[in-house]
Design a protein around this ligand. Structure first.
Ligand code: BTN
Length: 249
């Protein structure tokens, strides 16, 4: 199975399960035991897949990529958002490489194909005091199912098979994704080169947006993102507001 994997450490240790509650939950338990950096936890089915903002993440069993990577990055807790940027960028690169489909990113973590959501990223961290103990980067990619199999999501989501009109090699996608994630890790393990690569794929920049922050909505023109992915908005009264990825959860 490992033939075709071109990485040094990302996905070199793999925990593969037919069914789990959530790969993020299993990865957090493994991270607490200090399994090797870059460990990949992958499952064919999740009984309780988690999306952002307390939502569920759904995928028909055996069709998609449901996975979490474990890192011990040299970052402050507030910088862990870089892993979300890295994973969504890596997903875009891998999908384009394997399928030829054009991929755009929607701030902060949506992976869009043909204007619909084909994947998402949920990063969770373990923090002690001011220190980041570990980061678990969870990625869900909709690969080989028809949206008719998940009709409740058909208005807003798509799968690569639906968009391409044919099935996609999940293994090829997995190895391509793992390579790009390792590329984004950087020589110091601080994911420092990710800002411009990620920003170049963001369809959000230059557009008017509405951001939900807790029970509030902020409207403005999306002008720029900083090194941790925070979005700079210019509001109607010409003031500037900065919304961090972490705030919108
Ligand atoms: C989102 O867009 O809301 C984020 C979705 C993240 C889903 C993935 S699937 C694998 C990993 N395990 C989980 O429980 N969630 C993430």
């Amino acid at each position: 199975m490992l033939a075709g994997l071109r990485t040094q450490f990302v996905a070199r240790n793999i925990v593969s399960k037919p069914q789990v509650d959530s790969t993020n939950e299993l990865a957090k338990r493994l991270a607490a035991r200090r399994v090797p950096e870059g460990t990949l936890v992958i499952a064919e089915e999740q009984r309780a897949g988690k999306g952002r903002r307390g939502r569920r993440w759904l995928a028909p069993p055996g069709t998609s990529l449901l996975m979490s990577y474990i890192f011990y990055p040299r970052l402050e807790p507030r910088e862990a958002t870089r892993l979300t940027m890295a994973a969504s960028w890596a997903a875009a690169e891998a999908i384009e490489q394997v399928t030829g489909l054009e991929v755009r990113l929607k701030w902060p973590n949506d992976i869009l194909v043909q204007g619909k959501k084909a994947g998402g990223v949920l990063t969770e961290t373990g923090i002690t005091g001011e220190r980041l103990d570990y980061a678990v980067v969870g990625i869900g990619l909709n690969v080989n199912f028809h949206m008719a199999d998940l009709p409740e999501l058909a208005d807003t989501a798509t799968s690569l098979m639906e968009a391409l009109g044919g099935s996609v090699s999940r293994l090829e996608l997995l190895w391509a994704f793992s390579s790009h994630l390792e590329e984004a890790y950087g020589s110091e393990g601080d994911f420092s080169g990710i800002q411009s690569k990620w920003a170049a794929r963001l369809e959000t920049l230059g557009k008017p947006v509405q951001i939900d922050v807790g029970d509030r909505k902020i409207n403005g023109l999306a002008e720029a993102v900083d090194e941790n992915g925070a979005l700079q908005l210019r509001t109607a009264d010409d003031s500037r507001i900065v919304v961090s990825i972490g705030e919108v959860s």
